[in-house]
Structures are given as structure tokens and as C-alpha cells.
Design a protein around this ligand. Structure first.
Ligand code: NAD
Length: 423
């Protein structure tokens, strides 16, 4: 593995760099002078995480924490446990957090972390040891005013609880604000678990109305039925849309009349995946991309929508629940084909928005009701969607470019006003 940023010339990081290059021509000259600040992370930490396995052997895992940009506030971003995690991916995910927090106008920068591990292969005790050792390794660069991790693919509230406890043990006092997405009785926020899926739904409804796509009776396909995908699917089915196709790591299921989302949630909780769900037929994984659908919700991993998949997609609206699911060249196909994409940096920003609420509640030790949280979340997401939509209309560009214009202007203004130390 190369440790030079300049050598990270492919994968998700390259996708991000292309997105930045596309927005640069839209920026005022005094800001575009600073655009290189977005092209490399501020700080990267690679850690060796050794743990004692249940059988007494010792295994080493590679972990990362990348702080992409801190111009607007402390770093914010999840921790991913997945066997394919690598520096390039974590860099891109951290950069997308910089853009995302700026689009929604939260007072944060962008960061991300992860460990290259398949968490499903570890026992609960091994997972706890891994999390605690990783937390201790990255503890010099995290903290409520420095960088605040959260859950992502393969991590959850329990893992955030262990991170908070480990960090607090190192500091000698309880520091709830060091991570978000914690269990509610440990300073977590009501509404956090469902916030990202809710944000996908809210932004989706806002844009569907603007492109005159009626939700009732519309056909929705969802890739990924985890935290994000299952909540988004539930809310769309509640709004009378038909969830016709769901794909996860176990396979792809289809029902033209619409799947029963509540039953599917129960099935996935019991069996660990969608396969084996009655009331659906199994289809080939590649066929997922060509089923008859009005709305596509990619809510699994990045790099899913290639040029070929974009060419054959039947959807009119794509709601990016996942981070970075669409390649830039596929974006061009969507623009040419008139398919509207609500980009990840706004579509899935519900999670980081409620994470922000959680951090505010932890710092003030005063907690809000779920209704209050959902109201504040909806208000912020509706405003951010309107800002992005209006910018796209004014500049005649895609929603993704518009979101990047708004975000980059905010980040680079902060960069410019802070100046370059030592001057
Ligand atoms: P999760 O671990 O809860 O669920 C991931 C889902 O993706 C699972 O259903 C899994 O089976 C499926 N999946 C994994 N590999 C797959 C493959 N190769 N093909 C098809 N499906 C596959 O994760 P999550 O929290 O729901 O996150 C999903 C996406 O949303 C990620 O891109 C994540 O970065 C993004 N995201 C999550 C949050 C959040 O709050 N959880 C916030 C913003 C963005």
C-alpha cells in the first residue's frame, strides 16, 4: 500500500477528486485559489490493532482515522468495520463528510475511520476487544472538540458505547460527547438510529414533488437493507409506495406487487439477510438494476452504479442512501437521460444531523423528545434540499454539483477567513 496521497489515484478517492474538479469552475476566483485544501486530508492516522482472540492466538488488524478538513469545526464521521476497508476508501468517506456537514450547515468538518475486518467473523468479546484497542490507538486525535466518531457499515450503538467507555477510562471521567450514535441511556439521542433513513425519505419526498413524481403507487428498489435501507423502505411503504425489489449481501428478492416491509424487517432480524423471505421471488443480483422501478435507493456500499447500470436503469429518481454509490461517468449518463439524483451528501445527511443534535445534547446535558428531534431534523433537511434545488436551478447544473457548490463555498470561505498559519 502506498502512503502518499498523490498515489491514491483510483477507487473512491478518485471519484471524490473528480467531483471536486467538476465544481471548481463554478467557484469565485478568490475561493478557487483555496480549492487544493480539499484535495488532500488534513490528518491521517493508520494504526495496528492487535487483539487476543478467544482461542488465545493474537491477530493484528489495520485501522484508520482520517480527518479530511476541520475548517468549520471538529471532525465528524463514522467508523466502518468491513473486510474491504482501505486508506483510499476512508479518505473519500472523510471528504464526503466534509462536504455533507457543510451542505447541511452543521458546525463540523469531515472525518472517517475504519478497520479492515469482517465483524461477522468475530465473537462479541473479540469485537469488544478490537473496538477498545482501536479506540485507545486513535484516542490522541479524537475528542468532543476535536473529532467525533459515529457508527457506519458494520458498527452500531453497542460499539459506540464501548468507544465512549474506553475514551472515558483514558480521560478518567465520563465523556459522552466523544462519539455519537450511542445507546440512549449512555447519552445517545432519541431518533438517531432511524435518522438517516428518515432523511432519505424527507429529501426524496421533497425532490419527488418538484419533479412531479407521485409517491403513492410508485415502485421502489432498495439495495442494502441495514440501518439506512430498511428505514427508508419502511417510510416509503408507509407513504403507499411499493417496495418491489430489495438486495442485500445475501441476494436479491422481488415482488411486483410490493414486499411487506415490516415482515421483511422481522425476517432480516431473525435470519441475517433477505434470502429465504416468503412472498418474494429470488432474482439474479445483476437483474436488480433493470427491474421496473420509479425510484432507486442504493443504501449499501460505494461504487455500485456504473455506466452500464446507469444506461439501463428504469428509475426516474435515485436517492443515494449510501455514500458514493455512483461513479462520475454514471452521473453523466443520468444527466443525459434526465434521471434526477439526490446526492449522498444531502440525501443521507439525516444521520449526521441527529448526531449533531446528540453532541449538542451531550454537551449541555439536556435531552430532547423524539418528536422535537424529528421536527428539527425535517426542518433542516427540507431547508438544505431547497437550497440545493435552488442552486441547481440558478446554475443550470445537477443536484450533486449544486450541493458541492454550496458546500465548497462554505468550507473555502471559512478556510480563507481563518488564513494560513503562520501567515
Ligand atoms: P448496515 O451495515 O446497517 O447495512 C448495510 C447493508 O448493505 C446490509 O443490508 C448489507 O447486507 C448490505 N450489503 C453489504 N454488502 C452488499 C453487497 N455487496 N451488495 C448488496 N448489499 C450489500 O449499514 P448502514 O448503516 O445501513 O449503511 C449503508 C450505507 O449508508 C453506507 O454506504 C453508509 O456509509 C451509508 N450511511 C450510513 C449512515 C448511518 O447513519 N448508518 C449515515 C450516512 C450514510
Amino acid at each position: 500500500m502506498s502512503l502518499s496521497y498523490a498515489d491514491q489515484t483510483n477507487g473512491a478517492w478518485q471519484t471524490y477528486l473528480t467531483q471536486i474538479d467538476r465544481v471548481a469552475p463554478y467557484l469565485d476566483a478568490d475561493l478557487s485559489n483555496f480549492v487544493n485544501t480539499l484535495k488532500s486530508p488534513k490528518r491521517t492516522l493508520i494504526v495496528d490493532v492487535p487483539i487476543v482472540m478467544d482461542d488465545g492466538s493474537i491477530r493484528h488488524f489495520e485501522g484508520y482515522r482520517v480527518q479530511h478538513n476541520l475548517s468549520r469545526g471538529p471532525g465528524k464521521g463514522g467508523i466502518r468495520y468491513h473486510q474491504d476497508v482501505e486508506l483510499n476508501e476512508v479518505m473519500a468517506l472523510s471528504a464526503w463528510m466534509t462536504i455533507k456537514t457543510a451542505v447541511v450547515n452543521l458546525p463540523f468538518g469531515g472525518a472517517k475511520g475504519g478497520i479492515r475486518v469482517n465483524p461477522k467473523e468475530l465473537s462479541p468479546r473479540e469485537l469488544e476487544r478490537l473496538t477498545r484497542r482501536f479506540t485507545s490507538e486513535i484516542s490522541p486525535i479524537i475528542g468532543p472538540q476535536i473529532d467525533i466518531p459515529a457508527p457506519d457499515v458494520g458498527t452500531n450503538a453497542d460499539i459506540m458505547g464501548w468507544m465512549m467507555d474506553t475514551y472515558s477510562s483514558i480521560k478518567g471521567h465520563t465523556v459522552t460527547g466523544v462519539v455519537t450514535g450511542k445507546p440512549v441511556h449512555l447519552g445517545g439521542s432519541l431518533g438517531r438510529v432511524r435518522a438517516t433513513g428518515r432523511g432519505v425519505f424527507i429529501t426524496g419526498m421533497q425532490v419527488a414533488e418538484r419533479i412531479q413524481l407521485p409517491i403513492a403507487g410508485s415502485k421502489v428498489a432498495v439495495q442494502g437493507f441495514g440501518n439506512v435501507g430498511n428505514e427508508a423502505a419502511y417510510l416509503f411503504s408507509h407513504a403507499q409506495a411499493k417496495i418491489v425489489c430489495v438486495q442485500d449481501h445475501t441476494g436479491t428478492i422481488y415482488n411486483a406487487e410490493g414486499l411487506n416491509v415490516k415482515e421483511l424487517q422481522k425476517h432480516v432480524t431473525e435470519h441475517g439477510g433477505v434470502m429465504g423471505f416468503s412472498g418474494a421471488t429470488i432474482i439474479d443480483d445483476e437483474a436488480f438494476w433493470t427491474v421496473d422501478m420509479d425510484i432507486l435507493i442504493p443504501a449499501a456500499l460505494e461504487g455500485q452504479i456504473t455506466i452500464q447500470r446507469a444506461e439501463h436503469l428504469k428509475a426516474k429518481l435515485v436517492l443515494e442512501g449510501a455514500n458514493g454509490p455512483t461513479y462520475p461517468e454514471a452521473d453523466d449518463v443520468f444527466v443525459r437521460r434526465g434521471i434526477t439524483v439526490v446526492p449522498d451528501v444531502i440525501c443521507n445527511a439525516g444521520g449526521v444531523t441527529v448526531s449533531y443534535f446528540e453532541w449538542v445534547q451531550d454537551l449541555s446535558s439536556y435531552f430532547w423528545s423524539e418528536d422535537e428531534i424529528n421536527q428539527r431534523l425535517d426542518k433542516l433537511m427540507i431547508q438544505a434540499t431547497a437550497d440545493v434545488w435552488n442552486t441547481a436551478t440558478q446554475k443550470g447544473c445537477s443536484l450533486r454539483t449544486a450541493a458541492y457548490i454550496l458546500a465548497c463555498e462554505r468550507i473555502l470561505k471559512a478556510r480563507k477567513e481563518r488564513g494560513i498559519f503562520p501567515g
